[in-house]
Design a protein around this ligand. Structure first.
Ligand code: FAD
Length: 358
């Protein structure tokens, strides 16, 4: 990397939905900013998701600020390619200043500004927004014997479709939407077992992401007011998209409690019995991609960076957007990212004004 550092009032890291939503509001507010993205093409994580993945809410409820997501041709829940096309169009329509590929290696404190070192050079910013998502850090829990398994292990992030599993014995682990959707299609071609930590919660047909977003928001507001809203649904609960409904009606959604250990050929269940599998598919979630922030030494216990809203408590020039409820209610969803980005921009403008006034 050569050349002098460039200046920007705000550097956004990541051009997935969260980074683009931030870009939309920053542009409207006339802020001087740039978005750095590690990918070769627009679309964030969606361009890497398995083709049959379906959103858990309809297009009208999966939109970023300013532009509605078009309704898919079949009228149903959008798939991953539909979201990628939408984000590509969004980025172009609002002429968002995305530099790619520009993988950020480090964010450093260099006095008055934060330095952002990327594959496309270094920027010095007054404020940095980290919006790098979670897709890049698939999580697999540790189970005794996991290293001895002779079969194939795969995280949902690496799943592309059911064909390679035809006729095989497949164990699917995890109780959320990814597991249910992957199970729904694998159970048509393979001999599947579904293992979950808790009994999976399948939502009634009429409840999808729409209701869950409202619930997440109400719950957040109630938590701020010190109240308890009770629980009738959660963003982790399983939405009965058509493939899941069909699998449920076929009786393929029966879940087993977790196994006690992994054996070289499969797993051992709590009652001591064993079963052989060719493949284990881990649908066990993701962790925030925060390695580039390591030089700032902000991680608290449990690896999370303590925040007030989106702002890092120990480094107020850093905001975190889109990683989960700890960075704004439902901020890790399409609709929630937009809402949080609006608030974030108002805060950043106040911060920039305060810095200019000093
Ligand atoms: P990403 O889409 O991951 O974008 C982050 C961008 O930052 C990427 O382009 C990445 O390359 C880039 N980046 C990462 N690290 C760096 C770095 N160091 N330097 C520069 N760039 C970097 N949400 C919904 O609203 N509805 C759903 O139905 C839904 N279904 C989901 C299903 C699955 C299986 C998953 C995993 C998530 C789902 N989500 C859903 C949640 C959420 O919408 C997605 O995870 C979404 O991709 C998050 O967007 P993001 O912008 O935060 O992150």
């Amino acid at each position: 990397m050569t050349g002098a550092a460039r200046l920007a009032d705000v550097v956004v890291i990541g051009a997935g939905q969260a980074g683009l939503a931030a870009g939309y509001h920053l542009r409207r507010a006339g802020v001087d900013f740039v978005i750095l993205d590690a990918q070769q093409a627009p679309g964030g994580a969606w361009q890497h998701a398995w083709p049959s993945l379906r959103l858990f809410s309809p297009a009208q409820y999966s939109s970023l600020p300013g532009r509605m997501m078009p309704i898919p041709a079949d009228g149903g829940y959008p798939d991953a390619a539909h979201v990628t096309t939408y984000l590509t169009d969004y980025e172009q329509r609002y002429r968002l200043p995305v530099v790619r590929p520009a993988a950020v290696r480090a964010v450093r404190d260099v006095g008055e500004r934060l330095a952002v070192d990327s594959g496309a050079g270094t920027w010095h910013a007054r404020v940095v927004v980290s919006a790098t998502g979670t897709w890049w850090r698939p999580y697999v829990p540790h189970y005794p014997g996991i290293g001895d398994f002779r079969g194939e292990q795969l995280h949902a992030a690496g799943y592309r479709g059911p064909e390679p599993f035809r006729g095989r014995r497949v164990l699917i682990v995890g109780g959320g939407n990814s597991a249910a959707q992957i199970l729904a299609e694998l159970s048509q071609v393979a001999r599947t077992t579904w293992a979950t930590l808790r009994p999976p919660r399948l939502l009634p047909d009429e409840i999808d992401g729409r209701a869950l977003f409202d619930l997440a928001t109400r719950r957040h507001q109630a938590a701020l007011a010190g109240q308890n809203t009770g629980s009738v649904g959660d963003l982790g609960d399983i939405v009965a998209v058509p493939s899941v409904r069909e699998a449920r009606d076929r009786g393929a959604l029966k879940a087993e409690p977790m196994f006690s250990r992994i054996t070289p050929d499969g797993v051992a269940w709590a009652d001591g019995s064993t079963e052989a599998y060719d493949t284990i598919v881990w649908c066990t979630g993701f962790r925030p991609a925060l390695a580039h922030l390591a030089p700032l030494r902000l991680r608290g216990p449990g690896g999370v960076i303590p925040t007030d809203g989106t702002r890092a408590l120990a480094e107020p020039r850093l905001h975190l957007l889109g990683y989960g409820d700890w960075t704004g209610p439902a901020s890790a969803t399409l609709i929630g990212a937009g809402r949080t980005a609006r608030q974030l921009t108002a805060e950043i403008i106040a911060q920039l004004q305060a810095q200019h006034d000093l």
